[in-house]
Design a protein around this ligand. Structure first.
Ligand code: ZN
Length: 109
């Protein structure tokens, strides 16, 4: 993913509307690209402030940089969960195929 593509996806990422594969690529890029990370940080701060103003809350100072890091960590955790779920699914599928293979062989021969 290049910087132009990455920066065009920032708003979608913040709205959590990116498909998982694109979200993974996006996170991989921003973690290694200071320019895009900086851009994401600015969008995140602006979004958070607007949301805070809309809700009318006058909370104490929020650590926006920390909240962005948490958001990226959560997205990373979701990626690991998806990978684990895929692994479990493939293992079950492989087991079923082996069972079906032996059942068919047992019946045919
Ligand atoms: Zn970049």
């Amino acid at each position: 993913m290049d910087c132009l593509r990455c920066q065009s996806l920032i708003e979608s990422f913040l709205k959590q509307s990116l498909p998982p594969s694109e979200s993974d690529e996006f996170i991989g890029h921003v973690k290694n690209c200071p320019d895009c990370y900086g851009e994401l940080e600015v969008y995140h701060i602006v979004n958070s402030v607007v949301t805070q103003l809309d809700s009318g809350s006058e909370d104490e100072d929020i650590d926006y940089k920390a909240s962005l890091r948490r958001m990226l960590e959560r997205a990373g955790t979701q990626k690991r969960r998806r990978r684990f779920a895929r692994y479990v699914f493939m293992t079950i599928l492989a087991t079923l195929l082996v069972i079906i293979y032996f059942l068919v062989r047992g019946i045919v021969f």
